[in-house]
Design a protein around this ligand. Sequence first.
Ligand code: FAD
Length: 392
Amino acid sequence: MRDFDVVVVGGGCSGLWAARAAAMSGVSTLLIERTARIGEHIVCAEGVGTDGMTDLLELEPEWIATTIHGGKLSAPGEKIVEFTERGCGYVLNKRNFLHGLSRMAGEAGVEMWLGTRATTVRPLDSGGVRIEVEAPGRTRTITAGAVVAADGVESLIARQVGIRDCLRPEELFSCAQYTVTRIDVDPHTVEFHFGREISPGGYAWVFPKGDSVANVGVGVIPGVAGDRKPIEYLETFKQCRCPSSNIISHVVGGVPTVKDPSRASKSGVFLAGDAAGITDPVSGAGIVPGMESGAVAGEYAARYAAKESDGRALEKEFAGSLKSLLKDRRIRYAVRKVLSKMDDKELARMIDATGEYLAGGKTIRGDPFRLVRFLVKVMPNTFGLIKHIVRV
Ligand SMILES: Cc1cc2nc3c(=O)[nH]c(=O)nc-3n(C[C@H](O)[C@H](O)[C@H](O)COP(=O)(O)OP(=O)(O)OC[C@H]3O[C@@H](n4cnc5c(N)ncnc54)[C@H](O)[C@@H]3O)c2cc1C
């Protein structure tokens, strides 16, 4: 007799959305979160695109810090390209957002054990999965029909079950971020800053959370960034962009981007979100992909637990569902690779070309690969390598 049909490990956006999906399939579902409160430790710039997010759910006003109506792309050498796209995104108040998701999970019937850490997850020969958990002052063993591992970038479970080992350096953005006050920002405009000196392989961002508050961060690809740590790049960026701002919090963390994350289950354990390395290879955005993959993992875990069909067949189907969810991944990964290799001159040319593209009345929203196809045409030496993938 098992304790729960599905156990979800991790109460971030992916785990909460996975648990809700499992419970909505009608199976008993437990969510385990190691921190005492949902949203206790947030490592995120909190930006989301409107399109992906509103396909998932309608945002409540208190989950939103600000609505985004445009952006600035800053190239090495001070050139700035500005664009306006009304309502193209949001900067969330992610703590409130996660509280909202946990309320929705609870309403769907998910039981939650907070302040509880999964220490060992082991599939059983007899079927099902054994999970050892630890809460202050006690340990306990529980059994489940299936597990969703949504335990974040360092996923202990992915390693324990043998789905994935360490990430390769090119599969990671290494990030550091300050939340600052007294910064001069437009509260409805996001900023992306490029350049080998600022953020090798990635970009620096300023995501406003109000009139004079913003998340200011830097993401670099470790193999490209040399010996300097992200926090050192961030300090340099802060000195340039907002030297007299005051830091009110700082975080460091990794954004995992696995090249092909579709092999994400084994013996009744299904990965979701950062644990599976499912973030956007170009932007590093992981909230929407995490929730999308969470919904799929929750559904398949529920079907696995209900023994709806042969376990192996379900895992194969799960891989297929992830593949179709990530259908553009090959292009995005190729663009990431090109961006990571560009020198400052090429980056400046790319920002310039993006300005020309936008001046023609086009937007980045909608079909982002239209812009990539344009860049392949105007910068054939830089983007030519991906010509065969984007079919110009
Ligand atoms: C600096 C930075 C900025 C970012 N900015 C953005 C952005 O602007 N927009 C965007 O879309 N994405 C952004 N991302 C990526 C995004 O934050 C993640 O992709 C997303 O939060 C992943 O959600 P998750 O639920 O998969 O993992 P997490 O949010 O990491 O949640 C994992 C949860 O599991 C819990 N946990 C871990 N191990 C255990 C265990 N053994 N037992 C129980 N609980 C456990 C953790 O406490 C945590 O609550 C950013 C990332 C970084 C590092």
